[in-house]
Design a protein around this ligand. Structure first.
Ligand SMILES: [Zn+2]
Ligand SMILES: [Zn+2]
Length: 385
């Protein structure tokens, strides 16, 4: 790996991962994650981007300068592959397509979310959130600001209302249309219903005559079982943080009775944490030689990281089951759960995310037959069984 530049002095932070793969650190404004690692893959028809970054003028400038630092012009881009619809991954896709004519590809389940967000009536999301939080047992002082915003006609500035509609679909298991490369889509639902990891089924460049090389990756690879290829893991597998797993938020389900567009989507909806754990296991079995995630840094030892995350979730689930000896609402469960800081210090918006995470854990416990909804309870109470 060689660093072609550093952030701060205006030069983009670009890493050459060799073998026609680079990463560009595109900043996410006012976010502790810092940046999205947008990957650039050289192909026979021009470079292809994996994710694009947050829609912000500075992020855009960094992306354009980054593509340049990799030795390409933005206008040469052939396509954009999106790991999932979140704005730190899909935010700049519309601008990239406009500037280059590149196609945009995404899994159908996330495209459905992009479509719904674009078409949602202003306020629909707020109505959904208020109803959902009330059912989860949120106290009135938490709901009051949302009700106030709704009364004022809020909801118009929802991020993602202008997100690009993809031109192509990424099908699970398919070899993607990137001429001259062997890149396979692996459907990894959990963080979002249509999250995909992309497996570059090519020899890791660090393995070719590099036993004594200086590359940190090569040193860590020494003495390990081979592993194969490199995995662009999006938010599914990260070296130092666990991705957020909440319920697949669906404002439509509160108001519309239309069935989801495919049975595949329907089956992925019920138990996001179960989906996530299952997708994790599959990535562990895949055993890529190196993981190139969308945040933090590249790493080896995917199987070990998968085991860590699985153990973390198992521990958490058994802790929650113990808490549910006494019936609790999802809100009460979220308050009792362990977070990275005391509940009192968790900011308002993050509490909504925490409740969604508590709900996802409840959903999984119910599915496993380890917890149940107390019949007739409103707000909803759950207890261990
Ligand atoms: Zn995400
Ligand atoms: Zn992300």
């Amino acid at each position: 790996m060689t660093e072609a530049g550093t952030s701060g002095g205006g030069a983009p932070q670009v890493i050459d991962h060799r073998g026609g793969v680079w990463s560009i650190a595109v900043p996410i404004p006012d976010n502790p994650l810092g940046h999205t690692l947008v990957h650039l893959l050289e192909t026979d028809r021009g470079p292809v981007l994996i994710d694009t970054g947050w829609d912000d003028p500075d992020s855009w400038d960094t992306l354009v300068a980054g593509v340049d630092a990799c030795g390409f012009a933005l206008t040469e881009l052939h396509g954009v592959l999106i790991t999932h619809h979140h704005p730190d991954h899909h935010g700049l896709s519309a601008k990239v397509r406009e500037a280059s004519g590149a196609w945009i590809a995404m899994h159908a389940a996330d495209t459905a979310l992009v479509l719904r967000t674009r078409e949602a009536e202003p306020g629909q999301w707020l109505d959904f959130l208020i109803a959902k939080l009330a059912t989860a047992g949120a106290p009135d002082d938490h709901l009051a600001p949302l009700r106030k915003a709704r009364a004022k006609g809020g909801g118009r500035s929802l991020p993602g209302r202008r997100a690009a509609l993809p031109d192509r679909e990424i099908g699970p298991g398919e070899l993607l249309d990137v001429p001259g490369r062997r890149l396979r889509a692996i459907w990894t639902p959990g963080h979002t219903p249509g999250h995909v990891c992309l497996h570059l089924e090519e020899q890791h460049p660090g393995r070719v005559g590099e036993a004594t090389g200086r590359g940190a990756g090569a040193e860590r690879l020494a003495g390990r079982p081979a592993g194969f290829g490199r995995l662009f893991s999006g938010d599914h597998l990260l070296p130092g943080i666990t991705p957020h797993i909440g319920l697949y938020e669906d404002p439509d389900s509160a108001t519309v009775t239309d069935p989801p567009p495919s049975s595949q989507l329907r089956s992925s909806r019920g138990d996001p944490l179960g989906d996530y754990l299952e997708s994790l296991e599959r990535i562990g079995r895949l055993a890529p030689a190196e993981v190139l995630p969308a945040h933090q840094h590249a790493f080896t030892g995917a199987d070990g990281r998968v085991r860590e995350l699985t153990a973390h979730h198992e521990e958490r689930l058994s802790g929650l089951r113990a808490l549910l000896r006494e019936p609790l609402t999802p809100w009460q469960l979220a308050v009792s759960m362990e977070w990275n800081r005391p509940w009192e210090q968790i900011p308002y918006g993050s509490r909504n995310i925490a409740v969604s995470e508590a709900e996802a854990h409840l959903r999984h416990l119910v599915k496993l037959g380890h917890a149940e909804l107390v019949p007739g309870s409103d707000p909803a109470l759950y207890r261990a069984v």
